[in-house]
Design a protein around this ligand. Structure first.
Ligand SMILES: CC(=O)N[C@H]1[C@@H](OP(=O)(O)OP(=O)(O)OC[C@H]2O[C@@H](n3ccc(=O)[nH]c3=O)[C@H](O)[C@@H]2O)O[C@H](CO)[C@@H](O)[C@@H]1O
Ligand SMILES: C=C(OP(=O)(O)O)C(=O)O
Length: 435
């Protein structure tokens, strides 16, 4: 099992570049299945384990997929199969996003039921409600969800109980090939929704309203392969903004789009951090004394839940008492215990976490509980006294490309060691002791 080893105390300075967004590329790759004619070429694709997983799902479904030089090419023109098995869905819940495309293309989809995960139970009832409103029969049994439609999906009016990102994407994809117009209300407004709509429209779809609370989708008979460049990853960008701020640094985050990060920037400014927009990105300049603030996670444009644990790391270093309330996921505080292992003064009260800062963080061996927790623990390690070792890096690899190398390039004392290297290290240690 790989480990990241961080020696705290270095200020970060320099330039770091963000990759294409994980949460945009996964639905876009799922959407390539809608094209019964022509190839899709997706650019600025990050080399993340989740991307390899969705590519495998597409290959399993009979699409031809290649991935090189940050470019994914998909030819989905052959007849597709209908089933996404549990081995993929277990690795990555976003596999469920192929359901809308398969149902629209084949009139039939069978996808393993996702089950719970480290941040909560994450049901998909809103996705299914949308498919049913469009005329699909949905059945759940033997660990699978099966949806089928006699002839073709029909346009419908759908109201989401919560602006779910995945449900908005899945229903939007299904509606592109439905007969008639679909109106979806109370949809997610995340930048990744806009990116998906742009790709669908490039394929020949008629989607309007992306980025607002209501989507209008006029169904078309056929979609074609198209070229598309994925938007920069706002969560990776945000993670580097916090990395600079926590270490008292000054860093240019290349590719960061300020409009995608407005709630995070606003909160960090309240803490005293300074931002400067530059031609190719956003510069972050930390403050001598960070102020405590309260945060509530919300759907976009509210504060993103995917930045919650990284902000926890930062608030532990702020002067005074801060509170974070998690409203999006029911159980996204698993990292709190790990922060405690690093001497973090943090306690959970219902759906909130109270932090008393500034905490004198101490290096410790900690385990990542999800991908953002992995990043947050590494950020804490950057300012902890002594050495922090972070394990369970499979989570980190789902969402961050070369995270330790990017941090090292801007001044962090950080390395990643493989299992074999750890064995060698401990053999050297024993040899030293015996010498
Ligand atoms: C691959 C991807 O893009 N992942 C993102 C996506 O996940 P994902 O699309 O899974 O998140 P959703 O917006 O759907 O989920 C938000 C909340 O709605 C609930 N819910 C959702 C669907 C449903 O049918 N029923 C239901 O109750 C979920 O359990 C959760 O509590 O948006 C989340 C919220 O911004 C982010 O944290 C994830 O990084
Ligand atoms: C929760 C996340 O992703 P996923 O929905 O893919 O688990 C995330 O990106 O922080």
């Amino acid at each position: 099992m790989d480990k990241i080893i961080v020696r705290g105390g270095k200020r970060l300075n320099g330039t770091v570049k963000v990759e294409g967004a994980k949460n945009a590329v996964l639905p876009v790759i799922a959407a390539t299945l809608l094209a019964s004619d022509g190839k899709s070429i997706i650019k600025s694709v990050p080399t993340l384990s989740d991307v390899y997983t969705i590519n495998e799902v597409l290959r399993f479904l009979n699409a031809d997929v290649s991935f090189a030089n940050n470019e994914v090419t998909v030819d989905a023109s052959k007849e597709l199969s209908v089933e996404a098995p549990f081995e993929y869905v277990r690795k990555m819940r976003a596999s469920v996003l192929v359901m809308g495309s398969l149902l629209a293309r084949n009139g039939h989809a069978r996808v393993a039921l996702p089950g719970g995960c480290a941040i909560g139970s994450r049901p998909i009832d809103q996705h299914l409600k949308g498919f049913e409103a469009m005329g699909a029969k949905v059945q759940v049994g033997n660990g699978f969800i099966e949806a089928s439609v006699e002839d073709r999906l029909q346009g419908a009016k759908i109201y989401l109980d919560f602006p779910s990102v995945g449900a908005t994407e899945n229903i939007m994809m299904a509606a592109t090939l439905a007969k008639g117009t679909t109106i979806i209300e109370n949809v997610a407004k995340e930048p990744e929704i806009v990116d998906l709509a742009n790709f669908l429209n490039a394929m020949g779809a008629k989607v309007k309203g992306a980025g607002t609370g209501t989507l209008h989708i006029e169904g078309v008979d056929k979609l074609y392969g198209a070229e598309h460049t994925i938007i920069p990853d706002r969560i990776e960008a945000g993670t580097f903004l916090v990395a600079a701020a926590i270490t008292g640094g000054n860093v240019l985050v290349q590719g960061a789009v300020p409009e995608h990060l407005s709630s995070l920037i606003a909160k960090m400014e309240e803490m005293g951090v300074v931002f400067k927009e530059e031609v190719d990105g956003l510069r972050v300049i930390s403050a001598e004394n960070l102020k405590a603030v309260d945060i509530k996670t919300m759907p976009h444009p509210g504060f993103p839940t995917d930045m919650q644990s990284q902000m926890m790391a930062l608030l532990l270093r702020a002067q005074g008492t801060s509170m974070i309330t998690e409203t999006v996921f029911e159980n996204r505080f698993m990292h709190v215990e790990e922060f405690r292992r690093m001497n973090g003064d943090v306690k959970i009260e219902g759906r909130s976490v109270i932090m008393n800062g500034p905490t004198n963080l101490q290096g410790a061996e900690v385990a990542a509980t999800d991908l953002r927790a992995a990043a947050a623990l590494i950020l804490s390690g950057l300012v902890a006294e002594g050495i922090t070792r972070v394990t369970e890096l499979k989570h980190l690899d789902r969402g961050y490309v070369n995270f330790h190398q990017k941090l090292a390039a801007i001044g962090a004392d950080i390395e990643r060691v493989t299992e074999e290297e750890q064995v060698t290290l401990s053999a050297t240690y024993v040899a030293d002791l015996n010498a």
